[in-house]
Design a protein around this ligand. Structure first.
Ligand code: SAH
Ligand code: SF4
Length: 344
């Protein structure tokens, strides 16, 4: 038996050629493509306007390597974390985060992560592999349906803040966004998609060259080099100076504002001196700062107290910076940022 190809790695054109070779009409490929990307089906049987003969033919040569949901946990605040088994047995997690004004899915881009940030649970899992385009797309499509089922409306936002470093899976991440945003796909707005990176310099520049339409968030966490290297080993080779160059380049090319993620760690990065450094760094390009409440992981860190967090925010605002204090969601089920570690 020949190996079946995952249908979503095959272009519409190649499907058309396949159909012609098998004595079928090429225009069917367009319909098939619509089933795959617009309706996000995960089996040939669902393609009801395609003849049984063609569906059988397709199923002989191609397959859907679908995500299999294994557990879903619901938090008291409505956040739902779902673990999916991949066709090779690896497990990833996605999180549905409903709030008053939006419904967000947080998707994974890799199985585990090799960057080993000191505060992050995912960083303790050795990176097994990159996710495929279909595996990223499926998380969005599946959680979109889940959102409709659970809360009666579709997703409004997508954040690439689950497991993994999206910019180390550059091509698949960008292709997944193409299918999520294109008219032939889910037709969601790129302005409602945010990709978060720990700061892969070369690929921040590549995003600029590719003139992306989605939003970029950078996990900064401190604007002091020595501290950042301790918290985030990536900073040892890709430090704040290089990051600052990349950000300048990115802003010049795209005209886009950057979002900085700043995790508030008690006694580590939350002093007035830290705030001053951050304010200075933030002058590189127009930006928005998200101060993030720390979620407990198996680490020595503790989160900054509320009162202190507000003071930190006030200082930044006094420097005319846009600041959001982001309260954590889904903490009771380890579904919050940095807690995804396949504990379920
Ligand atoms: N690898 C990418 C995207 C995934 S991490 C990145 O690092 O940006 C998504 C976000 O979760 C990042 O901003 C990360 O710093 C944050 N995060 C990691 N551990 C966390 C924790 N314990 N509490 C709160 N946020 C955390
Ligand atoms: Fe990887 Fe991001 Fe976690 Fe760092 S914070 S270990 S880059 S997933």
């Amino acid at each position: 038996m020949h190996e079946k190809k995952e249908i979503r790695t095959v272009s519409a054109q190649d499907i058309a050629e396949f159909l012609i070779q098998n004595g079928e009409k090429a225009f069917r490929a367009k319909q098939i493509n619509e089933w795959i990307w617009k309706k996000a089906v995960t089996s040939f049987d669902e393609m009801t306007n395609i003849s049984l003969k063609i569906r059988t033919l397709l199923a002989e040569h191609f397959e859907f390597q679908t995500l299999v949901p294994i557990t879903s946990q619901k938090s008291s605040d409505g956040t739902i974390k779902t673990a999916f088994k991949l066709h090779d047995g690896n497990v990833i997690e996605s999180v549905l985060i409903p709030s008053r004004s939006r419904t967000t899915v947080c998707v994974s881009s890799q199985v585990g992560c090799n960057l080993a940030c000191a505060f992050c649970a995912t960083g303790k899992l050795k990176m097994q592999r990159n996710l495929t385009v279909a595996e990223i797309f499926d998380q969005v499509a599946w959680v979109n349906k889940q959102s409709f089922r659970e809360y009666g409306h579709k997703l409004t936002n997508i954040v690439y803040m689950g497991m993994g470093e999206p910019l180390l899976n550059y091509e698949n991440v960008l292709k997944s966004i193409e299918y999520i945003t294109s008219e032939e796909g889910l037709a969601m707005s790129p302005q409602r998609i945010t990709v978060s990176t720990s700061g892969i310099i070369k690929n921040i520049k590549r995003l600029a060259d590719d003139d992306i339409k989605f939003e970029l968030a950078i996990s900064l966490h401190t604007a002091i080099n020595s501290k950042r290297s301790e918290l985030m080993p990536i900073n040892k080779t890709q430090d704040l100076e290089l990051l600052s160059d990349a950000i300048t380049y990115f802003h010049k090319k795209t005209g886009k504002r950057i979002t900085y993620e700043y995790l508030m760690l008690k006694g580590v990065n939350d002093s007035l001196a830290d705030a001053k450094k951050l304010a200075k760094f933030s002058k590189i390009a127009p930006c928005k700062i998200n101060l993030i409440e720390f979620n407990a992981t198996d680490s020595e860190f503790e989160g900054t107290d509320n009162e202190y967090m507000n003071k930190f925010a006030d200082f930044l605002e006094s420097k005319n910076l846009i600041v959001n204090v982001r309260r954590s969601k889904g903490k009771d089920i380890d579904a919050a940022c940095g807690q995804l570690a396949n504990k379920s």
